[in-house]
Design a protein. Structure first.
Length: 135
């Protein structure tokens, strides 16, 4: 996944592609990158929401495991310790961590594309200034 992610970032950041573009091509490229930023922003928001939903459910998952560990004569603290090591709870914890990692990767990719958009906008500004000076 990281290779794909870095490959996209490299494609977004190759400056030699942008140096010789005319104004209309530059605007078209800028629009393409803007749409990519919007797409990634939405994916990041959805992934982050999924992570937050899982995180919000963790206390209830722990409580459910703890209740199943409560047997006559078992202390609450012992049941809680057993619940923390419960396979079901551990699996949910892994799912939550994987969701957080996925959301963070999308955030990194989103920021890289946003940076590309900022750079491309700057190139456009410089090109416009050069054209004004050339007149």
């Amino acid at each position: 996944f990281l290779k794909i992610l870095l490959g996209d970032q490299m494609n977004a950041l190759k400056m030699e592609e942008f140096v010789n573009l005319d104004s209309s091509e530059l605007l078209k490229k800028c629009d393409q990158i803007r749409h990519k930023c919007i797409e990634l922003g939405v994916k990041w928001a959805e992934a982050h929401k999924h992570y937050k939903d899982l995180k919000e459910l963790m206390p209830s998952k722990l409580a459910a495991c703890q209740i199943s560990m409560m047997l006559p004569g078992v202390k609450d603290s012992t049941a809680k310790i057993s619940a923390l090591s419960c396979d079901e709870y551990q699996n949910e914890l892994r799912k939550m961590n994987a969701a957080e990692f996925e959301a963070e990767l999308l955030h990194v990719e989103y920021r890289a594309w946003m940076r590309s958009l900022e750079v491309l906008t700057s190139i456009g500004y410089v090109k416009n200034q050069e054209m004004k000076l050339a007149r």
